[in-house]
Write a protein that binds this ligand. Structure first.
Ligand code: 5CA
Length: 159
């Protein structure tokens, strides 16, 4: 029953509904805090897990959201080129402040404020991908096309 969702997962379900996407947030019995754990819980490959990573521009302090394949490590130099400034990995407080969610559950949508978003081109090879839905055990399944539509993200090579 959707009404049993935790507040943070409910926020994501509401954002999905508002975006007109027929995606259902699922709370797993086991942790989905890391990409590997999420893949095990969803029964998919690690590459099909969408990591929602926040980077910070070192000049502007602006947050950038990178939706990366769970199989990839984001190359900060490539991202710096895309955003035209050096980037760094911020601390957990910055992530919570800019997204409204804690690390381990940061979703692609439903953030405190809209975020400039980039999508790992490697995610486009899959028919279905899974993303975090607000908490360390909530996920939802979507297509790469959906991900582009709901985030307005620019597809780039990140790894
Ligand atoms: N729920 C899973 C799968 S969707 C998940 O959220 N994975 S994740 O990769 O998107 O989020 C974890 C990421 O948060 C890590 O890859 C890392 O980039 C970042 N992270 C973890 N710990 C910290 C920390 N202390 N400070 C800043 N970033 C961190």
């Amino acid at each position: 029953m959707v009404d049993s969702l935790k507040n943070s997962a409910r926020k994501v379900q509401d954002a999905l509904d508002e975006a007109g996407l027929a995606c259902e947030v699922i709370e797993m019995p086991k942790t989905t805090r890391t990409a590997r754990e999420a893949a095990a819980a969803a029964g998919c490959s690690v590459g099909q897990i969408v990591k929602s990573l926040i980077f910070r521009g070192t000049r502007t302090q602006k947050p950038y959201l990178v939706m990366a394949s769970g199989a990839n490590r984001v190359n900060e130099h490539i991202l710096a080129d895309a955003v035209s400034e050096p980037v760094e990995m911020p601390d957990a407080d910055f992530v919570r402040e800019k997204t409204g969610f804690a690390i381990g559950g940061v979703p692609p949508i439903g953030h405190t404020a809209p975020l400039e978003t980039y999508i790992d081109q490697d995610l486009l090879q899959y028919a279905e991908i899974w993303a975090a839905a607000g908490t360390p055990n909530a996920v939802f399944k979507l297509t790469p096309t959906d991900l582009q539509a709901i985030t307005g993200g620019l597809v780039i090579k990140v790894a």
